[in-house]
Design a protein around this ligand. Structure first.
Ligand code: G3H
Ligand code: ZN
Length: 286
């Protein structure tokens, strides 16, 4: 069923599990994400970045999501991921997204507060859930060749800055930078769990962990116990989808029927979604 982000995250917070926020670029992957969540009786967040939204079109995305999610027996939410401008947020909300992330992390702190507060005011009047971001999460959702990445200490979320940002912007959820990186790197990313603990002491809202691909699994579990409710996953889904297409095409180079090529890619996507749902502990909750 189409659900509200606030409701599914409140339940996750109470029962200490994480809800996967899975990116998609096409309807086949969206449907695979939703079907896998249904099979595992897990709540689910389907999300698109600005580029993904622009590729498929906000209206096509929202209409498809509503048709597919209505039939589900588990709660599902459509979310804009890393909206960088007010106009992206407006585009998503007008099309029917019920939740948005405004990412002002590349701006100065006062500018970040200003745009995030403006989005929270706009969204609040419309019953839309808002995620803000304080601190910078490096990297992009792709496969990186270099070992890890040098994270500047100043990029990590400072607990007291997070508390002030949360109070000043009135967002519902905060994305934090605690060692998480966008993308997959050789070796698993480790999280600064002490920092997360300090943030949860002073921020009473929901917390979101980006860069959910390639993080040390034990750290993900600890982060959930410490107070993360939403976990974003993109790169591992992209790898699975494109990897499946590549292997099908290598095995059958003459094949041109998409419905013959796509099932392998979608099975691999479903496997990643399933692994993450089990890791986050959201299976069997509905
Ligand atoms: O916003 C999207 C996520 O943070 C994805 O991160 O590509 O490392 O899974 P990831
Ligand atoms: Zn992200």
């Amino acid at each position: 069923m189409v659900a509200s982000m606030g409701e599914i995250l409140a339940r996750a917070k109470k029962d200490k599990y994480g809800v996967g926020a899975f990116n998609f670029t096409n309807i086949e992957v969206l449907e695979t994400i939703l079907k896998t969540a249904k099979r595992l009786r897990s709540p689910v967040i389907a999300e698109t970045s600005e580029s993904e939204m622009n590729f498929l079109g906000a209206e096509v995305i929202a209409a498809s999501f509503n048709v597919l999610a209505e039939k589900l027996t588990v709660p599902a939410v459509l979310h804009l991921d890393h909206g960088k401008s007010f106009s992206s947020v407006e585009m998503a909300v007008s099309a029917g997204y019920s939740s948005v992330h405004i990412d002002g992390s590349l701006l100065t702190d006062p500018e970040n507060i200003k745009i995030t507060r403006a989005v929270a005011d706009y969204a609040g009047e419309r019953g839309i859930f808002v995620e803000g971001e304080i601190g910078r999460i490096p990297g992009t959702s792709t496969v990186h060749k270099q070992e890890g990445m040098k994270i500047n200490l100043t990029d990590l979320t400072d607990p007291s800055a997070a508390a002030s940002f949360f109070a000043a912007t009135k967002v519902n959820c905060l994305a934090v930078s605690i060692g998480n990186l966008h993308g997959v790197y050789p070796g698993r990313e480790r999280l600064d769990l002490n920092r997360l603990g300090a943030i949860t002491e002073v921020v009473r809202g929901f917390l979101s962990l980006h860069g959910g691909s390639g993080i040390c699994e034990a750290d993900v579990k600890s982060a959930i116990q410490l107070g993360i409710q939403k976990i974003n996953v993109n790169t591992e889904l992209r790898q699975a989808f494109i990897g499946g297409i590549r292997s099908e095409m290598a095995a059958n180079p003459e094949e041109i029927r998409p419905y013959e090529v796509l099932p392998e890619a979608l099975e691999r996507v479903a496997k990643v979604v399933e692994e993450k749902i089990y890791l986050f502990g959201s299976d069997g909750k509905y």
